[in-house]
Design a protein around this ligand. Sequence first.
Ligand SMILES: Nc1ncnc2c1ncn2[C@@H]1O[C@H](COP(=O)(O)OP(=O)(O)OP(=O)(O)O)[C@@H](O)[C@H]1O
Ligand SMILES: [Mg+2]
Length: 274
Amino acid sequence: MIEFYRVSKEYGGRRVLRNVTFQVGKGEFVFLTGPSGAGKTTLLRLLFRAEQPSEGQILVNGMNVAAMPVRRVPELRRSMGIVFQDYKLLPTRTVFENVSFVLKFLGVPLAERRRRAYQVLRLVELHHRVNALPEELSGGEQQRVALARALINEPALLVADEPTGNLDHRLAADVMRLFASINVKGTTVVVATHDVALIKEVGRRCLTLSRGSVLEGLVEPELPPQAAWREGLREVLRDGAREEAREERAPRPPHRPPAGPGPERGGDDGGGAG
Ligand SMILES: Nc1ncnc2c1ncn2[C@@H]1O[C@H](COP(=O)(O)OP(=O)(O)OP(=O)(O)O)[C@@H](O)[C@H]1O
Ligand SMILES: [Mg+2]
């Protein structure tokens, strides 16, 4: 799905990535980590041709990213769901419009856009905010809108840059579970994060950026143990399948509050977006 071969990236003679080679197979779930400034965002931006490498070759889904003509770049980007570190929501558009923008661009009729927007917004527990503007949402809520937008076109590859940076721990864990469930359904997932605690909880293949090079690693899950994690994931998938089946039979009542800790969740302060 992704192949980096001897990729280097320099900004004004300063080398951020040097001779980076790695592969991510179809259907894999990989974390990209490393300290602030290590080059995580730069590496992800190379994937969707927001940057060009100084040297080396990049293949994404069979496409030669650095060498492809500019007119094919939209096709590359449409095959991916991208969650940006600074969200990049359109400030004058509602949550619904932000999330379904790409579908409108692709000529999908309104009823279908509404249906799919509702589906992905429900995944991130924001289906009750379809008409809100980004400025009316907390930082964590905006982050979840960005996530819903990345998922709406059922991408083969999901790339997320610090998708839990603005979430409290419960929501961060939920988002990771969401990624895992999307991954189980076949989507390749690459998540950049410096939240090592979260990586340890999930336990996955981990590419660590250090001094411009990529180090391979496999993080064994600490807490909860993998069995418990898998069980949790199974539960999520079961619930999802059940709800989907129920929805197909009858329209859902407006909103069922999620099980678990009380109403005082979502205490993210909304500050520091971007
Ligand atoms: N357009 C640019 N021009 C010059 N230097 C840049 C540019 N973009 C990034 N850099 C530099 O490249 C290095 C890596 O930046 P990058 O944003 O990829 O780091 P990061 O690992 O994503 O950090 P963070 O965890 O803080 O998001 C930094 O030193 C940054 O200053
Ligand atoms: Mg970054």
